[in-house]
Design a protein around this ligand. Sequence first.
Ligand code: CO8
Length: 261
Amino acid sequence: TLKKGKPMSILIEKNHRVVTIRLNRPKARNALNTQLLSELVSVLQELDQSPEVGCFIITGSDTVFSAGADIKEMRSKSYHQMVQEDYFSKWEQFTTLRTPKIAAICGPALGGGCELALMCDIIFAAENALMGLPEITLGVIPGIGGTQRLTKAVGKAKAMDMILTGKHLSAFEAEKAGLVSRVCPTEQLLDEAITAASVIAGYGKFATTSAKEAVDQAQEMSLKDGILFERRIFHALFATEDQKEGMSAFIEKRSPQFRGY
Ligand code: CO8
């Protein structure tokens, strides 16, 4: 169902229940323009619905994840145009996808590229990764959630430092700051991401999407409301066949066969 034969700024590969999306504008260092955004969102929204897809990986090339929003596309826009187009508001649709998403970063993930990673559920970084929000150097500020998501991810001290100075973090600094969960040798990064994505995709989709929803609520709710939300979802999972299967398989000492409902 994916549009074939059209030049795409993304490449899509399906590996059992894992879909890898590779940003593919090498000459522009995978800068995020309107076309890429719209292709990415429409492909992901379609696949998000599929019970056959259990996890997404968003990646770039071995040398660059993404140089951020397309500066050449933005340079001449007026304030009026930005507001009228509600420029880049479509990124909101990326955040409403329910299937878990892993960002696998080699090389720079800057500006909107870093913000794209921050909109994923898990971030793996190669040893050559660089993460930063250099928008201040262009006379603007992060505009796809960076001021909010980076602050929630690493705290005010590091976020202010990165956003006001435009300084990048290395992979190890990003791991230490809690921005990425794993750092791997560059040539192993994609395999590591595929292995983790396959593990996630092997569980029941109802359970993984519920777990993701509950963790996401930790950013939005008070502790008391979040814990009630979690408990109600936990209760609700007892309506699924996967709960019966998972618990029976444990007791019967066999591997579970999850169905996603
Ligand atoms: N946009 C457009 N073109 C780009 C971008 C970009 N972000 N980054 C690189 N390019 C282009 C270059 O202009 C160059 O084009 P050309 O061949 O025509 O001269 C080509 O890609 C190669 O670039 P480099 O020679 O610089 O490549 P290097 O491999 O030496 O360096 C870097 C790669 C480190 C990624 C470097 O290109 C770089 O620093 N890029 C800019 C990073 C940056 O400042 N990003 C922030 C962009 S602004 C942003 O993301 C705002 C998000 C919020 C918008 C929301 C609006 C509501």
